[in-house]
Design a protein around this ligand. Sequence first.
Ligand SMILES: [Zn+2]
Length: 116
Amino acid sequence: MHEVSVAMAMVDELTRIARENSAEKITLVQLKIGKMSGIVTDSLKFAFDAIKLEHPLLSSAEIVIREIPLVYQCSSCSSTFETEDAFYPVCVQCDSSQLTIISGTEQHIENVEVEV
Ligand SMILES: [Zn+2]
């Protein structure tokens, strides 16, 4: 499961952040996960909740995942729009398929709260 390796990488990063801040404990972790990141947020949370128990620093941390919508910008008319269609999106204004992804591919740690 892809989500397990993502969660493990995030746990490594969180451990590093905690050390840098001489934190005793991480209490809250907010993650930003784009709809197009290929990550199933429920699976990620599940993986995280399982892995964190092996890390005293993280064992009581609350994991909050913010899902970022898929947003495109049209190269023809510059309008931006949100869509669920990740495969064959077209511009809602002009039907162009010349689109650039503005958001929706994120997969990173947005915010961490620690107890020092
Ligand atoms: Zn357009």
